[in-house]
Write a new protein. Structure first.
Length: 502
């Protein structure tokens, strides 16, 4: 039962419409499950009885879910005090959580379509500590006005020094021309395949999969096999393009990047599900320009924040949780990166030191191994089992070897590192190229690795460890001497005790 401490005037409840939200969401799930259940039962019970059982099951499911959420609502209290934020919840097992206000690093607001219709938001208050779910409190849901009040109150900080060269307010807003970069992502073929699989699955639920297959076969009855495959692939890609555009619109519609008073960067976006992400500038340690291969070929890049206080559970929950800017033309990405860092020139655009040619040889050898191992396996099986596999091996070699060589050369050309003002910059990757600009003051240590093969080639890899972002940023396969000097110059005194300079 409730204690006296939980019933004081400072304690608040979640919004009572949470029970309605749970009932409606469960109803949607129940309707979706009732369709295949009704079809499955109708063969033995007939449609009237099957519909009756499906409705009874749906009603029971909705009732249980609503009752459970009513209990949760009755047993949940939160309080925002001068020093702490407290959350008490639970029936049989009372769970009490408390966060110190000075350690709070993020207050993010999210609202799916149903919450938006009802004027509610889910509030996630995080400390950013690397302790899994215990690093955050979630208030789900509260009124939108209450969520905004909590965000302003908990992120209230002393005003930052005013910058003469960099403005506050809106830094970037949605430009519909950015949408052209959505179809060149790796999600496009995946979505196309998922759409084709979805059609076959739905047709199986309604018992029409055989008819669908026969219908497709009739359309291509007089078409050569190669052209049939080409047409089906094109249709799947068109479906993938439509899906990629839809996902982009859902994720980035109403996008705005703002700098608020007190030094907080705020990203707001979302068509149906609205999202609000706040990043304190005092925990910003740099930016990462990310260029997936398709996006890079289109001359674009996205901007991710390198911050302290981004916990692992946040990263697993959303791959773009720390994205400040979606894929945009590369010059604009550099401009926004400079604005975010309050720099006149972005460090991500600084000229980079090229890596030795020996690094190219390492990538070529790895690419050839990856390309030729499957070929050799097919050749072996072809000799032992069937000559058909010899032809497939030849085809794989013709395609995989040139592609592997091209990717290896591109990976080598992408390598680079430099020091630019107060930042160290590293770049690497080909399928996903990353140009990270990390504050030199944010480096807490160095890891130097040199394998047997690197030692023979006169190379090594130096990794800057930090409490921000991914935790480590590496200059791969640098010249052995130059890489150590780079690390020593980036943070004077940190690595020098281990160096012997001539």
């Amino acid at each position: 039962m409730s204690t006296a401490a939980d019933s004081g005037p400072d304690w608040r409840r979640l919004h009572p419409r949470t029970v309605l939200v749970t009932a409606l969401v469960t109803a949607g799930v129940a309707v979706g499950a009732a369709v295949p259940v009704t079809v499955a039962l109708s063969g033995r019970l007939g449609y009237p009885a099957a519909v009756g059982w499906a409705l009874a099951g749906a009603a029971l499911l909705i009732g249980c879910a609503a009752a459970g959420d009513y209990v949760r609502w009755r047993r949940t209290r939160y309080r925002v005090g001068a020093e702490r934020v407290d959350l008490h919840t639970g029936l049989l097992l009372l769970k009490r959580r408390s966060l110190t206000r000075e350690r709070i690093r993020s207050v993010d607001l999210t609202a799916h379509p149903l919450l938006r219709i009802l004027g509610l938001v889910s509030v996630r208050i995080g400390t950013g500590e690397q302790t899994g779910g215990d690093s955050a409190l979630t208030l789900d849901p509260v009124a939108r006005a209450e969520g905004e009040r909590l965000r302003r109150d908990l992120l209230d900080r002393p005003a930052a020094e005013v910058s003469v060269t960099h403005r506050d307010g809106e830094l970037a807003a949605l430009d519909l021309r950015w949408m052209r970069y959505a179809p060149v992502s790796f999600a496009t073929p995946v979505l196309g395949g998922a759409a084709a699989g979805g059609v076959m699955q739905v047709s199986d639920w309604v018992g029409a999969q055989t008819e669908v297959i026969h219908w497709i076969a009739d359309r291509f009855r007089d078409t050569p096999l190669v052209w049939m495959i080409v047409v089906l692939v094109v249709v799947a890609l068109v479906g993938g393009v439509v899906g990629a555009l839809g996902l982009w619109i859902e994720s980035w519609w109403n996008y705005r990047l703002e700098r608020e008073a007190g030094g907080t960067l705020r990203v707001r976006r979302g068509l149906f599900t609205s999202r609000s992400l706040s990043v304190e500038e005092r925990r910003l340690r740099g930016v990462d320009l990310v260029e997936p291969l398709g996006v890079r070929l289109a001359g674009a890049a996205r901007v991710d924040a390198i911050t302290t206080g981004l916990s692992r559970d946040e990263e697993s929950r959303s791959a773009d949780h720390n994205t400040l800017l979606p894929a945009v033309p590369r010059p604009l990405a550099d401009t926004i990166a400079a604005e975010v860092l309050r720099e006149t020139v972005t460090p991500t655009g600084a000229p980079l030191t090229a890596h030795p040619r020996a690094a190219l040889g390492r990538r070529l050898r790895r690419a050839l191994v990856v390309a030729l191992v499957p070929v050799l396996v097919q050749v072996l099986l072809g000799v032992l089992l069937t000559p058909v596999l010899l032809w497939t091996a030849f085809g794989c070699a013709v395609v995989a070897v040139p592609v592997g060589v091209l990717l290896a050369v591109d990976a080598y050309r992408s390598l680079g590192h430099t020091l630019s003002g107060g930042y160290l910059v590293t770049r690497s990757g080909t399928v996903r190229r990353s140009t990270a600009a990390l504050q030199r003051s944010g480096v807490i240590g160095w890891t130097v690795k040199q394998s047997f093969f690197q030692r023979r080639a006169g190379l090594l890899s130096v990794t800057a460890t930090t409490a921000a972002g991914g935790g480590a940023y590496t200059a791969h396969d640098t010249d052995a001497t130059e890489g150590l000097v780079f690390a020593a110059d980036a943070v004077p005194g940190l690595l020098e005790p281990f160096l012997e300079r001539g």
